[in-house]
Each structure stands twice: as C-alpha cells, then as structure tokens.
Design a protein around this ligand. Structure first.
Ligand code: NAI
Ligand code: A1CAB
Length: 268
C-alpha cells in the first residue's frame, strides 16, 4: 500500500477532514496509530470517537512526524498557515487555495491541489486532484490510494478544473438537494403529505443516483430515451428545456465556481 505504515497528518477535522480521516482508517489506507490530526482545539467531530488517532493542536509537531500532510482547514485559515513541509507530500482539499499558495504555505514543492466531499464518510466522494511540479510518480500512487478510500478519483491536468469540481462535486448533497427540494415542494403543492413527499423524493434520488453511477453512459442518453419514449415524462422534459433548465443550472454552478476565486481572501 502506497501509504500504509506511514504517518499521515490531517490538519482540520471538521465536516470534510473528519470524513476523510474516517474513510482512510476504515479502508486501512492509514493504520491505527499512524493518523495524526491537528485542530484548533483538540479532538473534534466523529473522529474523536475513533480509537488510535493522535490528536494535537501543534501543527509543526504533526508535520515533523508525518510524511503526508492533508489540509482540510477553511481557506482563510489555510492561507494564514505556514509550516516546514519541505520533503513532504502535501495534499489540500481547501476551496480556492491554489498550488502556488500551497507551496508558500508548506515551503515545499510536492503539493497537490484536490477536491473531495463529506460523502467520503460513505466512501462515495468524487475527489479530483491536480499535481504541482514537484510531485513524483510515487506521490501520485499515494494520492490515488488516499482518495480511492474516499470514493472515486481522477488526476486532472489543469488546476482551474478543481474550481469547477469544487462547484459541482464538493457539496453533497449540494445542488442535487436544491432540485430535490423543488420536486418535493411541487408534490406538496399538489396535496401530497410532506412525509410521503419526502420519502418519495428520497427514493427517487437514491434510485436515480444508483442508475447513473452504475452506468458509463452519459446522462443525456437517459434523457433522450425518455424523450423518444414520447410519454408523460417527455412532455415534462420538453417544458424544462423550454424554461431554460440547462442555462439556469450552468448559471448556478458558474456562481459557485467564481466564488472559489475569492473565498477566504481579504477581498473575498
Ligand atoms: N464541508 C464541505 O462540504 C466541504 C468543504 N471543503 C473544504 O474543506 C475545508 C474544511 O471545510 P470544513 O470541513 O467544512 O470546515 P469545518 O469548519 O467543519 O472544520 C474546519 C476544521 O479546521 C480546523 N482548523 C481551523 N483552523 C485551524 C488551524 N489554524 N490549525 C489547525 N486546525 C484548524 C478546525 O478546528 C476544524 O477542525 C475548507 O477549505 C472547505 O472549503 C471542500 C469540499 C466540501
Ligand atoms: O460550500 C463550500 O464552500 C464548501 C466547498 C465545496 C463544498 N462546500
């Protein structure tokens, strides 16, 4: 295993860091006793209940002991951080913090800018990543091992794509919850009881997610099949297209992507 037996340091154990830490331990990518976690105030979140985690508030001590450092702090706190990370693999999941900033934070060149999501706790996150120039092939294997424990993962060639994925796959349930809420509100407006509407929407998105995730086919194929079927759903899909669904979704995701460029910065 590319990471097994090595000390891994996690800075930040909140919504995302806690989910990633739990995923690494559950998958055995990091063995008990080899996970060091730094927070502002010691043991925190779900990880606090996990045996064998080494807790600290001393980032430098964590860095001194660990070969791989995961940064899961808020962007502003991350940008303010400095540690002696030269010679270590540093992997960040902080929104908007660029590779050049990670080099300044860590003092090293083996930096990876990534994105993940709290779905890592379920082993269902999507974790894209972009490697800085100092990252070796062995480092790439370690990054794949870390993020395979969280769900699925891809290396991308251009770090600007990490902003795109911060918008799309960072939040879970994220924008899908907004669509589900609209569906539930429609059902309730038609007289369906809230608990029935909620159960129906939960099952719908569970089944739809499993269908889409279990196929290599583009989602457009599934849409076209329903249009070609020319039944009730086709009428609804035509109405959604006419109302500009794709454009509205793109506008929302673009607003989130643009926010990546400013979040946690003095002007942001
Ligand atoms: N929550 C989410 O759904 C997602 C979050 N992210 C990114 O993950 C990062 C963490 O976000 P969350 O987990 O939601 O934040 P959070 O607020 O839930 O947790 C932040 C953690 O960082 C620790 N921390 C803050 N400053 C620190 C410092 N100076 N030294 C050591 N520890 C420090 C806190 O003690 C806490 O454990 C952010 O950069 C965010 O953009 C990315 C994708 C999804
Ligand atoms: O909304 C946020 O800022 C964080 C980063 C991506 C998902 N959640």
């Amino acid at each position: 295993m590319a990471v097994r037996g090595r000390n891994v340091g996690l800075i930040g154990a909140g919504q995302l860091g806690g989910a990633i830490g739990a995923a690494l331990l559950r998958a055995g990518v990091v063995t008990q006793g080899h996970l060091w976690v730094a927070t502002r105030s010691g043991p925190a979140g779900d990880l606090a209940a996990v045996p064998g985690v080494n807790w600290t508030t001393d980032v430098e001590m964590l860095v001194a002991r660990c070969e791989v450092i995961l940064l899961a702090l808020p962007p502003a706190a991350g940008r303010a951080l400095r540690f002696a990370g030269a010679g270590r693999l540093v992997v960040s999941v902080m929104a908007g913090v660029r590779i050049d900033e990670l080099i300044a934070i860590s003092g090293g060149a083996r930096v990876v800018r990534a994105m993940s999501s709290p779905a890592a706790a379920l082993g269902m996150a999507y974790s894209p990543w972009c490697a800085g120039a100092g990252v070796t092939e062995a480092d790439r294997e370690r990054v794949r091992a870390l993020f395979s424990a969280c769900g699925s993962t891809d290396e991308v060639p251009d770090e600007s794509q990490i902003d795109v994925f911060t918008a799309i796959t960072g939040p879970v349930p994220g924008f899908v919850a907004a669509f589900a809420d609209a569906v539930q509100a429609y059902a309730q407006a038609q007289g369906v009881a809230p608990d029935v509407a909620r159960r129906a929407v939960g099952q719908l998105f569970h089944a739809a997610g499993a269908t889409l995730a279990g196929s290599e086919r583009p989602a457009a194929d599934f849409v076209q099949e329903m249009v070609d079927y020319a039944g009730t759903t086709a009428a609804g899909l035509e109405a959604l297209r006419a109302a500009g669904l794709c454009e509205v979704v793109a506008d929302g995701l673009e607003a989130a992507r643009r926010r990546c460029l400013s979040i946690g910065r003095p002007e942001g």
